[in-house]
Design a binder for this molecule. Sequence first.
Ligand SMILES: *Cc1c(COP(=O)(O)O)cnc(C)c1O
Length: 360
Amino acid sequence: MNLRIPGPVPLPDEVLELVGSQMIDHRGPEFAVMLDRMTRNLKAILATAADAFFLTSSGTGAMEAGVVNTLSPGDRVLSISIGVFGDRYGLIAEAYGAEVTRLKYALGQAADPDDVRRILRDAPGCAAVVLTHSESSTGVANPLEAIARAVHDESDALILVDAVSSAAAIPIATDAWGIDVVATAAQKAWVAPPGIAMISFSDRAWKAYEAAKMPRFYFDVAQYRQYLQIGQPPFTPCLPAIYALDHSMQAIVDEGIEAAFARHHERAEQARDGVAALGLELLPERSVASDTVTAVKVPQGIDGRELVRRVREEHGVVLGGGQQALAGRIFRIGHMGWVERHHIDGALRAVAKTLAAMRS
Ligand SMILES: *Cc1c(COP(=O)(O)O)cnc(C)c1O
């Protein structure tokens, strides 16, 4: 199968082998060495000198950790949403009692930093802005640097970013842009199985932590910081994912982080060019299209669900379908992590053949 969904991503053989390795003592010396190396590599890839931690959860757990460690019930939060995952960040904040204001955009659009500027100026006292970097449901990358600048210019709000499907693939200058919490997960561009999520945590976030009253236990970052000093996680980690992640993060650092970003851009361009060559249209404007997932409009007269089903059954290519309001209207090609040119070519060829068959 050519698994072309926006996570979990397929794993190359050398990583699969590690996933099958024997368990070790997560409070023993081997783990401590691994955790130290992993933390250094995570901070390098996220471009931060602040803290960074590994949590045993999917990506949503990292998003939740950002919220519960920095905010109190009743805090005002601006949720910028350009799709399903943007909505989710607002819902998490709301579930813990934040007072959430929503800035929502049409599906396929990116957020406009000027709107963020205006909202924060008109309604001071916002404690945090939560947003998605690469919105996997629409294939759009938000202009994170410009949005972060707008937030810092107009407020003292923290910036919590769902970078689950962008980190390690699309540049994020965490410290330089003043991002307080970056949330990401192993099964996306990090080339590891699901089970581990990662967060960065800025000095400003630690200040907010002192006053933050939302309930937390499993995701309390103070426990992760304290245990890191003795080379341990506070709770039993998902070891198979850890083995893979350690290997894959080292591979990214060895390749060169900039080179990894360039490789993702190149594969994304290949996907976008290929879509255009088939006479199909992207959901977003090409200028805001994400380098990790390409969302394509299903052409008139074609049933999008049937297209995705037939591509899978007849060609062994697993595409992402549309989620929620976009169900049946788009299909998505994931291209994060380990992606070779033939993976993209194969997916596009399968779409072309299936469309031809459905039209005849
Ligand atoms: C995959 C993903 C998530 C997290 O999903 P989990 O299933 O919790 O790992 C969050 N945001 C984005 C943008 C994603 O692509």
